[in-house]
Design a protein around this ligand. Structure first.
Ligand code: F6R
Length: 248
């Protein structure tokens, strides 16, 4: 595990974008797993800036998003489909992009075809992740199994509360999502976990330094052989004394 601790959100966004750009430069047809939420917004802005300045070319890159709310489609402003359009795909041309379909009529079929699509594209090379305050990665909430694959899950009360900031009120937050499983995520050849803010410090400590347990799904990342963690100093404040921290 490599942990980078940077001063603030701007530095985190730049560092994450630099790492992604390096991976794309090293493999032009990279298969890149993407996350939504507040954490990666600055990374996308930086990647768009790099793309506009000719520093990185995503033209041959294939992307797979982690998750989507059940019931929200491309016409819904809070869907992750729309998030990705607004933050990345309307600015940067990629070869192919996949996002789970929140309006699927057959969710079992949707989940298995998402897994099959990942496989037929050669598997995910690099997976970007944020973490929920309850330890979720993707929308794999506490209790999710280490071997889970893409599936429909119920969202925890804490996740619905946290994500209600994007909706008119909490009653509008979907209570289910379609998400890559933990097994799907851990199959990526590299995982990059991003976290910023003091509100993530406790879960970062539990995820990276606590026991590996289904109660903290992000703790399974400790078992990944190629994990990069990029934190701002607020998110890192409870692990700051660890031996493996690298300041950049
Ligand atoms: C988003 C996702 C989630 C978020 C997590 C943190 O696609 O899969 O696991 O990464 O909920 O969200 P933010 O970044 O809003 O704190």
């Amino acid at each position: 595990m490599n942990i980078f601790v940077v001063d603030d959100y701007e530095q985190l966004s730049k560092k994450a974008a630099q790492v992604v750009a390096q991976r794309v430069q090293a493999k032009k047809n990279l298969v890149l797993g993407l996350a939504t939420g507040s954490t990666p917004v600055g990374m996308y802005q930086e990647l768009v800036r790099m793309h506009e300045n000719g520093l990185v070319n995503f033209g041959l890159v294939t992307t797979f998003n982690l998750d989507e709310y059940v019931g929200l489609g491309s016409d819904d402003s809070q869907s992750y489909y729309r998030f990705m359009q607004a933050n990345f795909f309307s600015h940067v041309k990629v070869e192919k992009s996949f996002i789970p379909n929140g309006l699927a009529t057959d969710f079992v079929g949707e989940c298995s075809s998402y897994e099959a699509e990942i496989k037929s594209n050669g598997g995910i090379d690099v997976q970007i992740l944020g973490v929920g305050r309850d330890g979720h990665i993707g929308f794999n909430e506490p209790g999710a199994s280490r071997s889970s694959r893409t599936c429909v899950v119920s969202l925890d009360a804490i996740t619905m509360q946290d994500n209600s900031r994007f909706f008119a009120d909490i009653s509008r937050v979907p209570n289910r999502a379609i998400t890559m499983g933990i097994g799907t995520i851990l199959d990526a050849r590299e995982c990059i976990l991003l976290a910023n803010g003091a509100h993530k410090a406790e879960i970062i400590l539990r995820a990276l330094k606590g026991p590996v347990t289904e109660l903290v799904p992000a703790s399974f990342l400790q078992t990944h052989e190629n994990l990069t963690v990029i934190l701002d100093k607020d998110a890192a404040k409870k692990i700051i004394s660890c031996q493996i921290c690298v300041r950049v």
